[in-house]
Ligand binder design. Structure first.
Ligand code: ATR
Length: 283
């Protein structure tokens, strides 16, 4: 990679940002397509976020990604927000157009695209069981509703958060088919008659030996298991694999959300296979 006076700068603001894999696959993609771009990780503490966002304009960055803990806080500092990002109150990508900063959320579209491109699955008409009620759950629920999902079950350890998600998104998107499943009842068979997809957005499974929140008897009846955890093969994924159920992990989600950001910055189609290879080579 050759950095010159014409190189366009992108990157990620996070805190911490040390372990981010995004620089690996974004730079691999720029290099593969011969684009004069660079992607750098920048550690930005919460108290410096406003100044860092001003810095994007001052330093003429083309755009950045935002990661934990900035996805919500960044909204107050930008000039415009995309509709999807507004609905889920989360921005993970900024595009700087002549000093005008527009915020997007690529998490949801990354999810939808990964399902289509990796497994040929269209979310429309499907019944989805989502574990968790944090930022990723908002993004996935929001985009799934927009793409015509049939029914969504939300199940979270802290039930109030699941209720908040349900109330916010059902109102904003005029969609009534979101149901909250009490955490203790999550394996009751009444919920599992017609579920197509399980999506785990919680951190359960990041540590070895953390058992799956969903029992094997319920996993065997679904069409796909998607676990956003990406640091190891979770027990949920292991159960899917054991039973021959198609499954996807968080690395794919990471790459596809990054691919949507890449396309917003460069206007070019992201080389997904190259991005995937670069990450596997690095881990
Ligand atoms: P993100 O923004 O990536 O979705 P987050 O907002 O930190 O992440 O949310 C983490 C999710 O993991 C939450 O839904 C959390 O449940 P609570 O709302 O009850 O905290 C869930 N989670 C974390 N550890 C868990 C555990 N041991 N059992 C069940 N859920 C857990």
């Amino acid at each position: 990679m050759k950095i010159t006076g014409t190189t366009k700068i992108t990157g990620v603001f996070g805190y911490p940002v040390k372990h981010s894999l995004s620089p690996v696959f974004q730079n691999a993609a720029f290099e593969y397509l011969g684009l004069d771009y660079i992607y750098i990780p920048v550690e930005v503490s919460p108290e410096n976020l406003g100044k860092a966002i001003e810095g994007i304009k001052a330093l003429s960055f083309v755009g950045v990604n935002l990661t934990i803990p900035h996805k919500k806080a960044v909204i107050q500092y930008i000039d415009e927000i995309d509709e999807e990002a507004r609905i889920i109150e989360s921005v993970n990508t900024l595009v700087n157009k002549d000093g005008w900063l527009k915020g997007y959320s690529t998490d949801g579209y990354g999810f939808i695209r990964s399902l289509k491109e990796e497994k040929g699955i269209d979310i429309s008409g499907k019944n989805v069981f989502i574990l968790g009620a944090g930022g990723s759950a908002y993004a996935i629920t929001g985009v799934s509703i927009k793409e015509g999902v049939s029914k969504i079950y939300i199940c979270n350890r802290t039930g109030e958060k699941a209720e908040l998600l349900k109330n916010a998104l059902s109102k904003r998107l005029q969609f009534q088919n979101i149901l909250v499943v009490p955490f203790k009842e999550r394996n009751d068979k009444k919920y599992w008659k017609d579920i197509d997809l399980i999506v785990n957005t919680t951190s359960v499974g990041m540590k070895e030996g953390e058992s799956s929140l969903i029992d094997e008897k319920n996993i065997v009846s679904v069409k796909l298991v998607y676990d956003l955890v990406y640091n190891r093969k979770t027990e949920l994924i292991q159960l899917a694999e054991k039973n021959g159920i198609p499954h996807m992990d968080g690395l794919l989600m990471l790459i596809y959300q990054g691919a949507v950001s890449f396309e917003l910055w460069t206007g070019m189609k992201a080389p997904i296979e190259i991005m995937k290879r670069s990450i596997h080579a690095d881990t």
